[in-house]
Ligand binder design. Structure first.
Ligand SMILES: [Zn+2]
Length: 293
């Protein structure tokens, strides 16, 4: 089973996770920029984070045979913080970079006027840069949040077929599907979707334009949830072709809209700016030690 996790925050995960993901079939990920839990106090903090998503993290992923791309944006949680909003002026010079395959994650958290502005401005940035957009939908009052999100998308220059609305569930899937957007589902251990509910939605609505992600991050989450959905699909009589469509071809098609998806991992380097993922010389002594972070 080949798996593309279209929404996962690897910055918060360990090398053990990369190893387990590769063993489960994960060969590609997209890491959306997001909130770090600790509020940022200046645009400079975003820029170091963006650089890490463009440099260190793809390097780390490549050591484990996984292709890494990212989406960049001012996230919904910090879109109302005046200390953070000026990062919008810095985004254009980052959105031209090769590994950026969408603007995201953008969207609503508390549905404030400041979030309205950040969402509209960043949908325009996506249109200006010929990029698709990854749009997070709020975790509270989901139907109202989705409706307002789709209104802003309709008023934007970005057509729905270049928009992925994420964190959907049973209460929002129908309206999202009718909008013509791509449909994202985050499968978590306790909250939001689980594997059984995900498979039931796939049975009712079909696999077209559906993307399943783990959205694993620093909170309670599981980077192998994509695989668990694939296994349950097979157990419940979906075909291998259906699984491949949902877990591989759909994310490739959506992020491929950027024209920048490169899934070729030929011979990754062993260091990034002089640093490796190793901590000293391995026990078998076969690899030369490299400079440490
Ligand atoms: Zn996320």
């Amino acid at each position: 089973m080949r798996i593309f996790d279209p929404h996962i925050h690897m910055t918060s995960r360990t090398t053990d996770d990369y190893e387990a993901m590769h063993a489960a079939g994960v060969r590609a990920v997209v890491e959306p920029s997001f909130w770090l839990g600790q509020p940022r106090t200046s645009p400079a903090s975003f820029l170091d984070y963006f650089d890490s998503l463009l440099g260190w993290e793809p390097f780390r992923a490549a050591q484990y045979g996984i292709a890494h791309h990212c989406t960049l944006a001012l996230n919904p949680k910090e879109a109302g913080d005046p200390r953070c909003v000026p990062v919008l002026d810095e985004l254009p010079r980052y959105l031209v970079k090769d590994q950026v395959v969408a603007v995201g994650e953008i969207g609503y958290d508390s549905m404030t006027p400041a979030e309205d502005t950040a969402l509209a401005v960043q949908l325009q940035l996506a249109a200006d840069h010929q990029l698709p957009a990854l749009v997070h939908t709020p975790h509270r009052d989901k139907p109202a949040g989705l409706r307002r999100t789709l209104d802003v998308v309709r008023e934007s220059a970005l057509p729905p077929e270049r928009v992925l609305v994420d964190h959907l569930n049973e209460t929002t899937v129908k309206e999202a599907k009718d909008s013509g957007c791509w449909l994202g589902f985050s499968v978590y251990p306790d909250t939001k979707m689980d594997e059984q509910r995900m498979v039931a939605i796939l049975r009712e609505y079909g696999p077209e334009q559906v993307l399943v992600n783990s959205a694993a991050d620093w909170g309670r989450s599981d980077p192998l949830k994509t695989r668990r959905v694939g296994d349950l699909m097979l157990a419940e009589d979906f075909t291998e072709d259906d699984v491949d469509r949902v877990l591989w071809r759909n994310p490739v098609a959506f992020y491929g809209l950027s024209g920048r998806l490169n899934l070729d991992l030929a011979a990754p380097g062993t260091t990034h700016e002089g640093n490796s993922v190793l901590r000293g010389v391995p026990k078998d002594g076969t690899t030369t030690g490299t400079a440490e972070a």
